[in-house]
Ligand binder design. Structure first.
Ligand SMILES: [Zn+2]
Length: 136
């Protein structure tokens, strides 16, 4: 029962971090928070998502691209320009990693007010690569 409760909590808290901090705050700037709260949510996202940690910076930029170029060939997450679900997710992962590693550059409007705590970005990336994404 404790194990089930742990995984249910991990699932919902991870979802909360994704929808509240990564999607609504980092990508869409639906609300503001000061740098202290931003750091608190960086840490909570790191804890809640564990080895599935998604960079708020890379997610925010990628999600803005997704909305700006919805269902065009520049959309990083479009089923229309992918052969199947796995191909789409592989392309999304590749673009995410390119943004994360600064291998891809986009118009500066996609970077405006994006959260970027370098320490947590590096820590989260190291943790995610070593534990969760190591084979990718
Ligand atoms: Zn959105």
């Amino acid at each position: 029962m404790i194990i089930l409760a742990f995984f249910l909590a991990h699932w919902y808290l991870s979802l909360f971090a994704q929808t509240f901090f990564l999607h609504r705050y980092a990508a869409h700037q639906m609300f503001t928070m000061n740098k202290t709260w931003e750091k608190i949510f960086y840490i909570l996202t790191f804890i809640f998502q564990g080895s599935s940690f998604l960079s708020p910076r890379a997610y925010g930029i990628m999600h803005r691209l997704h909305h700006a170029y919805a269902d065009t060939e520049n959309d990083p997450h479009s089923p229309r320009y992918s052969d199947n679900l796995f191909d789409m997710m592989w392309k999304t992962k590749s673009i995410y990693n390119d943004i994360l590693k600064d291998k891809a550059k986009f118009d500066k409007k996609f970077y405006k007010n994006i959260p970027n705590w370098q320490f947590m970005e590096r820590l989260g990336d190291t943790w995610a690569v070593r534990v969760g994404w190591g084979v990718l």
